[in-house]
Design a binder for this molecule. Structure first.
Ligand SMILES: Cc1ncc(C[n+]2csc(CCOP(=O)(O)OP(=O)(O)O)c2C)c(N)n1
Ligand SMILES: [Mg+2]
Length: 610
């Protein structure tokens, strides 16, 4: 080990670590290599130009991809992480460039997705002088205050020798416990200035530290299961993030416990399995809501009972707590009992907990098939009622196309390992209700923050993470228009993603709320042109072709399947513009409240309290 040099810094001397003399920019580039961060999704600016050259030096190990908007860069990083569980970085410049990632970071944070957001700031020598693009009304170089609510932590090293520690702490923070985005905000001069610095060891990454439940709690959960007659597992993103699909499937199958899933947990149990009841809430599946409101024991793992998966917490619509007993397991203490006080709260990683349950249950006699037989018979009845109600619409061919047709053809065409991303909008409600995710990490949803632009952007990151799998964004016409420049990035970087634009000439999710709650009036929620207010949209397929992407328009339902098959096989970026019937709505099976407006009752099945 090298001795700290005379010039050595206090930090170096304290840690006794090897020191090197480096420019800040080179340190950051080396750090990205050392941490095996394979991509930087970034957009240049005067503030970060000093880092571009060091990135050039490591371009074989760390690829720079520059989309046309910073929001897309962060969604791409988010999508990459969700598919591969390996974080990548974004790079944005001082001021506006970095301000453009705020929404995308909020999406990542509320959906527990890790990414390293490197932002640049003004030189330290100019702090508080009001240089170009400094925010300083409250504090010098104040971007960390802008970004603070949407990241797990923001670091602002102000000297080169502060970089190694800040960077190590940043990666440790973003991938420990509940993952999330982390920011390192770096004043411009640090890229160019040189210092002697102590080297930090590499962080050994995501997914290593997995605390479990206490043995007493594991036993207590199994005692509760033994006493139950109508149990359900409710799973969320925590199960996906801890890669607990196998343990979940084993536990559910062995003990015959039905599984209700929030969108980001979908696919941990193959949703074609009869034990999978689907999503719960207003646009959930009827068997899930029925089971949720009639269960006597909920074992919730890595799920947070947000308003959309709990019918806005109104008793008897999706859940019926405290009449039902609740075990709430999460890696984040802040989620345990946020909305429902649990009978037993357990701070634990999903996979560790499920493995503990499996190990302990093996020592006991639990015969789920016998114990829960009546429950399964009831569930089978609800499933049959639901299937009878929805199945006919899945078989219809219509013009404009019924939404069910799109779901059905996606199911038929896409292989089990295909990755789909959804955006915010009514198209998402249809997929929440009817998509059958078959594998974990294959359905990307903007769930917590529901930011439009996530779906069409994140699919680029998904495709980079999984180049051998079909990656299809199903997005609204409104949401696609917000980030239509994704087409350019697909061409520039040869990313063969597919966009299915769900074209209903409206911000239909919001238009439908207007129709439902404001006497059928529509104002500001649909797209028109001309004095006659004809429905308007650009010709998306022509728009795609103008960008160098293959573009198809589908107006007849018979044509969609073939168009999707073609797009998926093409091996080049492709957009399919599908004209969808804007007046068919997903059947509400739970409720959602916008207080103080009175909520709507479910249209299929009614609230039922045992
Ligand atoms: C960035 C952003 N702006 C606004 C909203 C509010 N919002 C939610 S859904 C929606 C309409 C979506 O329209 P479109 O993309 O066409 O999808 P559709 O509902 O028609 O399927 C809007 C405006 C949002 N979630 N995100
Ligand atoms: Mg729309």
């Amino acid at each position: 080990m090298n001795k700290p040099t005379e010039k050595g810094l206090a930090g170096a001397a304290d840690t006794g670590r090897k020191t090197v003399t480096r420019k800040g920019g080179d340190l950051i580039a080396e750090f990205l290599v050392k941490e095996k961060i394979p991509y930087v999704f970034g957009i240049c600016g005067h503030g970060n130009v000093g880092l571009l050259d060091p990135l050039y030096q490591v371009r074989d190990k760390v690829k720079l991809v520059s989309p046309r908007h910073e929001q897309t860069a962060a969604h791409m990083a988010d999508g990459y992480f969700r598919v591969k569980h390996q974080p990548v970085a974004t790079l944005t410049s001082t001021g506006p460039g970095s301000a453009n990632i705020v929404m995308a970071l909020a999406v990542a944070q509320t959906d527990s997705s890790a990414l390293l957001a490197i932002t640049a700031n003004v030189p330290t020598s100019q702090f508080n002088r009001g240089p170009f693009q400094e925010l300083n009304r409250h504090n010098q170089a104040d971007f960390p205050n802008v970004i603070r609510p949407v990241v797990k932590r923001s670091f602002q090293p102000t000297r080169v020798d502060m970089l190694p520690l800040a960077l190590r702490q940043a990666v440790t923070t973003m991938t420990s416990g509940r993952p999330g985005p982390v920011n390192v905000d770096i004043p411009f001069n640090l890229f160019q200035e040189e210092a002697e610095v102590p080297l930090e060891p590499a962080w050994d990454g995501f997914d290593k530290r997995r605390s479990g439940a206490s043995p007493d709690d594991v036993r207590a959960v199994l005692d509760m299961l033994r006493a139950a007659r109508r149990p359900v597992l409710f799973i969320g993103h925590g199960v996906t993030l801890s890669e607990a699909g196998k343990a979940l499937t084993e536990f559910a199958t062995r003990y015959r416990v039905p599984v209700i899933s929030s969108p980001n947990g979908m696919g941990c149990l193959d949703m074609r399995d009869p034990l999978s009841l689907g999503f719960i809430g207003r646009n959930g599946a009827y068997p899930a809501n029925q089971a949720g409101r009639n269960t006597d024991l909920i074992i919730a793992i890595g799920a947070r009972f947000d308003d959309r998966s709990s019918s806005s917490w109104m008793p008897g619509y999706s859940w019926n707590i405290p009449a039902s007993k609740l075990v709430h397991v999460d890696v984040d203490h802040a989620e345990i009992g946020r909305n429902y006080a649990p009978d037993l709260g357990i701070l634990a990683d999903a996979r560790t907990f499920l493995r503990q349950l499996l190990a302990e249950a093996a020592n006991r006699r639990i015969d789920g098939a016998a114990q829960f037989a009546a429950w399964h018979a009831e569930i089978a009845g609800w499933r049959a009622e639901w299937e009878k109600y929805v199945a006919p619409n899945f078989a219809l061919h219509t013009t404009p196309i019924r939404p069910e047709r799109i779901v059905a053809d996606c199911r038929a065409v896409l292989p089990d390992d295909a990755i789909i991303s959804l955006d915010s909008g009514i198209h998402h409600n249809w997929f929440m209700q009817f998509w059958e995710a078959r594998r974990p990490q294959t359905m990307l949803n903007t769930w917590g923050y529901s930011g439009m632009g996530f779906g069409p952007s994140s699919i680029l990151g998904a495709k980079l993470a999984a180049p051998d799998k079909p990656c299809v964004s199903i997005c609204g016409d409104g949401g696609f228009t917000m980030v239509s420049h994704v087409l350019c990035t697909a061409v520039e970087y040869d990313i063969p993603a597919v966009w299915v634009v769900w074209n209903n000439f409206a911000w239909a999710a919001i238009r439908d709320l207007q129709y439902a709650y404001f006497d059928g009036r529509e104002h500001g929620t649909a797209f028109y042109s001309g004095p006659e207010r004809k429905p308007y949209n650009p010709d998306f397929a022509a728009w795609a072709r103008a960008a160098g992407v293959e573009g198809l328009t589908v107006t007849k339902s018979q044509d969609f399947k073939g168009a999707l098959e073609h797009a998926v096989k093409l091996g080049k970026p492709c957009l399919v513009d599908v004209h969808v019937d804007a007046d068919v709505r997903p059947p509400g099976t739970g409720a959602w409240a916008l207080p103080p407006i009175p909520h709507k009752e479910p249209i299929f099945g009614s609230k039922h309290v045992r």
